[in-house]
Design a protein around this ligand. Structure first.
Ligand code: NAD
Length: 474
């Protein structure tokens, strides 16, 4: 069966670099006009965006099929329908979130009834990664619109068809004075990062995250950094190995393994190794009954550069290939591959794989497992643990850290559009989605409204001269 990608959606034209300052300036002028502040205006934009996703649903799934051969069901789950549901829930709660929030304070401050006003930050920049080109741009954008900001979106230039559809949805549906798309690669992003923003939300590799953070620091711009890393997956001695194999297979094959929270490597207890390997082989056969490459449900690697990056890792491994191992350059196809490796010096253990290859090691002792995880990366984006022993679970969770955790599953802690999603340390900072996104793109402005002149008698204690009688009150 041919896996030729449907062709058709052309790449977007790069934004002329010299136009970028004026585009950002236009957003700034709009923000200063206060046009984005009324909650009803925000609602209107969010509703228009919802209809944009609805009307462009076929274009979204076609673009993802063209870019990475993504199956329609996966595309709707992770992008098309996911984003529509995210908007519906934000619209339901927006009035509540935009209310002033009362603060509980001490006696001296009580008369001023301090509250938190939720105010927009200003002009926000969102830079997306290639693997979820809709969710990772529009996901944060929903929170930024809800909070009343102007937004500049920079889609990844790697997912070319998706970048075009992202551009079309924004330019067709949203207020052009408040929302803009910049297309391009490093020169365009570099120019963008020279501009002053009030927040930058960047999703991508840790290396480029450092470039973004350094550029943001020049303007004292706060950042949300959604980065990558080496996510461990522990199959412990108490795990249900068959169930683990099925769920790990799903977590590793989703989006062709091009997920920031894909398990990057597994640690398997020796008593579970044989069952885990056999069950994974059986699972993959059930997932792809006519063979992996023939299946319409397994995504491809996005481009030649990434294909060769993963293939090189695989070619250089000194591990034992237990499942898969085949690659096809013409199709940018890589088998779902399970490799038993000896240690962290293996080529598959050095960097984030970001493809359908899973190395695993056998380590039995719990302390050794914890030590290994922390040595390889002490702050992965996700950690997966398969166990049926509560004590073991607590032992591992309390001695490791990660952006998020799924126990007895993969990916699932980050699946809902309502949960906060973010990293820690090298895997990033900040999180967004639903109320967490609204808060990230809002300024929490503490506001006190002092009581009238009669209250001066009580406030007298704060004014000089600081008589000994006042001091004695402390
Ligand atoms: P990438 O870092 O190559 O590109 C991301 C964005 O940065 C693109 O828009 C690109 O144009 C821009 N960019 C690239 N080089 C740049 C430079 N030198 N200066 C300025 N901008 C530059 O990432 P990618 O390959 O698109 O995505 C894969 C990475 O993203 C993986 O590491 C993955 O783990 C991570 N990721 C993280 C999350 C998360 O939510 N934490 C989600 C998806 C992907």
């Amino acid at each position: 069966m041919s896996n030729a990608k449907p062709d058709g959606i052309a790449a977007p034209t790069a934004t002329p670099v010299d136009d970028i300052p004026a585009i950002v300036g236009r957003m700034r002028t709009t923000f200063r006009s206060h046009a984005t502040r009324p909650v009803e205006w925000r609602r209107q934009q969010l509703r228009k965006l919802w209809w944009g996703f609805h009307d462009h649903e076929k274009n979204i799934t076609a673009a993802l099929a063209q870019d990475i051969h993504k199956a329609e069901l996966e595309a709707l789950q992770s992008d098309g329908v996911w984003l529509k549901n995210a908007i519906i829930d934000v619209l339901a709660d927006l009035d509540k979130w935009t209310q002033e929030e009362k603060l509980s304070v001490d006696l001296m401050s009580m008369a001023a009834s301090p509250v938190i006003r939720k105010e927009p930050l200003g002009v926000v920049l969102i830079i997306g990664a290639y693997n979820y080109p809709f969710q990772l741009t529009f996901g944060p954008m929903i929170g930024a619109i809800a909070a009343g900001n102007c937004v500049v979106v920079k889609p990844s230039e790697v997912s070319t068809a998706s970048a075009t559809v992202v551009t079309n949805i924004i330019t067709e549906r949203l207020d052009p004075d408040a929302f803009a798309v910049i297309n391009g690669s490093i020169p365009e992003t570099t120019k963008l990062l020279e501009q002053k923003f009030d927040k930058i939300c960047y999703t991508g590799s840790t290396a480029v995250g450092r470039v973004v953070a350094a550029a943001a620091a020049k303007h004292l711009t706060p950042t949300i950094l959604e980065l990558g890393g080496l996510n461990p997956c522990i199959i412990s001695k108490s795990a249900d190995a068959k169930l683990a194999a099925r769920r790990v297979s799903w977590g590793k094959t989703l989006n062709g393994g091009q997920v920031c929270i894909s398990p990057n490597y597994a640690i398997v207890h020796s008593s579970k190794e044989a069952e885990f390997v056999d069950s994974m082989a059986n699972t993959l056969h059930k997932f792809y009954p006519n063979g992996m490459q023939a299946s319409p449900d397994l995504a491809r690697i996005v481009n030649d550069r990434h294909f060769h990056r993963i293939k090189n890792m695989l070619d250089q491994t000194s591990g034992e290939i237990k499942i898969g191992g085949r690659t096809d350059e013409n199709d940018k196809y890589i088998d779902v591959t399970l490799v038993k490796v000896k240690d962290e010096n293996d080529s598959l253990m050095k960097d984030e794989i970001f493809g359908p290859v899973l190395p695993y090691l056998v380590i039995d002792n719990l302390d050794d497992q914890v030590e290994f995880v922390n040595r390889i990366s002490d702050s992965p984006l996700a950690l997966y643990l398969f166990t049926n022993d509560k004590k073991e679970e607590e032992y591992i969770l309390s001695r490791t850290r990660s952006g998020g955790v799924s126990v007895n599953d993969c990916i699932w802690h980050a699946a809902s559009h309502k949960v906060p999603f973010g990293g820690i340390g090298d895997s990033g900072m900040g999180n967004y989605r639903d109320k967490f996104g609204f808060d990230q793109f809002s300024h929490h402005r503490t506001t006190a409204r002092q009581a009238g002149g009669w209250f001066e008698a009580i406030l007298d204690a704060r004014y000089p001269p600081y008589l000994p009688s006042k001091l004695s009150q402390y």
